[in-house]
Design a binder for this molecule. Structure first.
Ligand code: ADP
Ligand code: DP6
Ligand code: CO
Length: 358
């Protein structure tokens, strides 16, 4: 009987506070600006992926949430799998002639998301991070998370940040081969454990415009994007990094909300315009703005920060001490059975992609 080559890994989603939106190279997935995110908790929104290599397999195959997902030639999936096999050959098989030649076997991969796929909750981020992490365990690659982030980036840009837990930057890089466009950890979760996130699922429908096609249209048509990438994001990256290092929630909140607003402004500046938020999303913004205004009017500080990805669902970052109040405010204003508002979940995360078993 042939040996069993199989490994399972999971990866959580990450939600950006400085948004990635725009590619300078669509094949390698090189972004037009750097970005920064927080990786959420493994327990709530995550992808779990099992990979198996077997000389008897006749082709590479993927099942997503139990359904066959075709691996098209030259697709991002194919690129990630090919790159992982190449890394196996280079870092293991070429060095040790006795190592099994797993890079020559086909793989079967099964992945499950425990939350809505393609609904603006970053399934492409956890999905491609978990895929790369599971192949890395299967192939026993002696490489670090930043090296793996170079490959998951080629599956979905935001996926490179889910290889790490805590606060993570994706440095856009300058090289045309993409070798310096990778993720680094700005600070581990343990640096700022009071930081929590509340996910408000306004809608779990599949979004109308995928991130990939939406951002491409923005690059082609939006003058505001050019201003954003040249004049706004570089300074925000520095200020956000400092806010995280100093655990300065006021600055974190101001930059997070400003960047979410500008990302959605850039989507609106696209031709034809893209609307990711809906009326419920905007009402949640109004609620958080008012909550902060009341606090600050009374000499207090910012208490919460909203951010929206390419979809209507809100993510609210806040110190844990405020979370109960925020959750009850949201539930009071958006009763779950009465409106669109589907779910409220408190979470925060730590670890990035992790090996589950072999
Ligand atoms: P989202 O907002 O959920 O990230 P995207 O439009 O960016 O939406 O990406 C959704 C796509 O990501 C899916 O259609 C699928 O191709 C891919 N994807 C999602 N989850 C996984 C997974 N677990 N494994 C592999 N690919 C995945
Ligand atoms: C709004 O990473 O999903 O969530 O690279 O084309 O797969 P592709 O796009 P994707 O875009 C994410 C956009 C965002 C912002 C962010 O996560 O930084
Ligand atoms: Co995505």
């Amino acid at each position: 009987m042939s040996p069993n080559y199989q490994a399972t890994a999971s990866a959580p989603v990450n939600i950006a506070v400085i948004k990635y939106w725009g590619k300078r190279d669509t094949k390698l997935i090189l972004p037009t600006n750097s970005s920064l995110s927080v990786t959420l908790d493994q327990d709530h929104l995550r992808s779990t992926t099992t990979s198996r290599a077997d000389p008897k397999f006749t082709q590479d195959r993927l099942w997503l949430n139990g359904k066959v997902d075709e691996i098209k030639p030259d697709s991002r999936l194919e690129t990630c799998i090919t790159e992982m096999k190449r890394l196996r050959k280079k870092t293991v098989e070429d060095k040790d002639p006795k190592a099994p030649k797993l890079s020559t076997y086909h793989v079967h991969i099964a992945s499950y998301n425990n939350f809505p796929t393609a609904a603006g909750l970053a399934s492409s981020a956890s999905g491609f991070a978990a895929l790369v992490a599971s192949l890395s365990h299967l192939y026993e690659l002696p490489v670090d998370a930043s090296t793996l982030s170079l490959i998951s980036r080629q599956g979905s840009g935001s996926a490179c940040r889910s290889l790490f837990g805590g606060f993570v930057a994706w440095q856009m890089g300058t090289k045309s081969d993409g070798s310096d466009s990778l993720a680094i950890q700005v600070a581990p979760e343990s640096h700022w454990p009071e930081m929590h996130a509340l996910i408000c699922v306004v809608s779990d429908d599949k979004k109308g415009t995928s991130s990939t096609s939406g951002m491409q249209r923005t690059v082609e048509t939006s003058p505001l994007l050019q201003h954003r990438i040249k004049n706004v994001v570089p300074e925000r990256m520095e200020k956000m990094t400092r806010a995280i290092k100093d655990k300065d929630f006021d600055s974190f909140a101001k930059i997070t909300m400003a960047d979410s607003n500008q990302f959605h402004a850039v989507a609106l500046d696209t031709e034809p315009p893209i609307f990711y938020m809906n009326d419920v999303s905007r009402a949640i913004i109004a609620l958080i703005v008012e909550y902060n205004r009341l606090s600050r009017e009374n000499g207090g500080r910012y208490k919460a920060a909203y951010t929206y990805d390419a979809g209507p669902n809100a993510v609210v970052y806040a110190p844990e001490a405020n979370m109960k109040e925020i959750a009850s405010l949201i539930i009071a204003y958006f009763p779950q059975k009465a409106g669109d508002f589907k779910d409220v979940l408190g979470l925060f995360g730590a670890e990035g992609a992790k090996d589950i078993n072999k």
